[in-house]
Design a protein around this ligand. Structure first.
Ligand SMILES: C[S@@+](CC[C@H](N)C(=O)[O-])C[C@H]1O[C@@H](n2cnc3c(N)ncnc32)[C@H](O)[C@@H]1O
Length: 323
């Protein structure tokens, strides 16, 4: 492996990472004050709004489920839960099953490997945006659903999450189809075709799709591109996501790709070929991207999340390269 001795900048970033890894063992800092209230949302029905300024990375909700099911079907006893009965019910399917489908969140798997879906009293009030300001995640270690602010959320702003995965690669119509079972027309800033943001968003998402295909083709070796072009593509993707305001989890995935690129490049010179200066530069870049990824993982899913654990494993690989 390449050595980082004698490079003070790389060593100080390395130390910073080590202390970040150490802090991961600290207990999560979940809110003991309520940061939101249920209100009548301008997008329709009820929603959650910030009752004070919520800085990026703040845990907003950490919640245990009211109940969960594995077969997608709500049972008779569960249907009688008064907290469940208070939740939104779609007018076109005013049954316990309709209510369940409009409010469920995916949880982890049960002991037999079946997908669990749960109902959550607070989180089930969250409305959707294709450019959300909060992120929900199921933490299978603490067995809680967590919601974190992924940008600064000002007092009185509505808190939105994204209901769908991989939406960043879809055009407006595809996103609307993906939201089909929720039965509403999304009017978020990315879904307004005639505004500056809406037009720029459409363009960005198209570019992301092109880049994603090229990155995938390269990874599968179907249409390999030059090593230097791979890094340019990954960085361009990362920039587009940030311009779009999509900070997680897509951005974390792209950071992961970028870190992997650096690791592969460094490993190519593990036998001592290539200039030391070049290797040191790569190591510093890799550490910097890994640090950003860790920061995002913690901000969006909390110190104690499985995502953070995974990223910290990558960091340890890179730190290994630096020893
Ligand atoms: C999980 S619930 C969210 C809370 C719900 N609005 C309420 O009144 O309790 C999901 C339902 O909220 C509504 N909804 C969510 N996001 C929306 C949005 N961006 N625009 C309009 N309706 C939305 C849809 O009816 C959807 O089926």
């Amino acid at each position: 492996m390449a050595a980082a001795h004698g490079n003070t900048e790389a060593q100080s970033t390395y130390k910073e990472l080590q202390s970040a890894l150490h802090r991961l063992g600290c207990p999560p800092n979940y809110p003991n004050v309520t940061l939101f209230s249920v209100f009548t949302s301008p997008v329709g029905g009820r929603g959650l709004k910030a009752v004070k300024d919520i800085p990026r990375g703040t845990p907003i909700i950490c919640e245990k489920e009211l109940f969960w099911v594995v077969n997608g079907t709500v049972g008779a006893i569960q249907a009688r839960d008064p907290h469940f009965q208070a939740l939104f019910c779609p007018p076109n399917n005013p049954t316990p099953q309709g209510r369940f489908e409009a409010n469920r969140f995916q949880m982890g798997k049960d002991t037999e490997g079946r997908q669990k879906e749960g109902i959550f009293e607070k989180a089930s009030r969250l409305n959707h945006s294709c450019v959300p300001n909060a992120y929900f995640a199921w933490n299978y270690k603490s067995r809680r659903l967590t919601v974190h602010a992924i940008v600064d959320v000002p007092k009185d702003a509505e808190i939105f999450v994204n209901y769908c995965a991989d939406e960043h690669l879809m055009d407006r119509q595809q996103r609307q189809q993906g939201l089909g079972s929720y039965q509403f027309n999304c009017t978020c800033q990315a879904c307004q075709p005639n505004t500056n943001f809406g037009m720029a968003s459409a363009q960005r998402r198209q570019e992301m799709q092109t880049l994603d295909t090229r990155i995938d083709n390269n990874a599968n070796n179907t249409l390999p591109v030059e090593r230097s072009q791979q890094l340019i593509d990954i960085k361009a993707f990362s920039l587009l996501l940030q311009q779009e305001g999509l900070f997680y989890p897509q951005l974390a995935d792209v950071y992961q790709l970028e870190v992997s690129w650096y690791i592969r490049e460094i490993e190519q010179f593990a036998d001592g070929t290539g200039s030391t200066r070049y290797r040191m530069g790569l190591l510093e870049e890799a550490l910097e991207v890994a640090r950003k990824q860790l920061e995002w993982d913690v901000a969006c899913t909390g110190h104690d999340s499985p995502e953070v654990k995974k990223t910290s494993r990558t960091l340890k690989v890179i730190c290994g390269l630096g020893q």
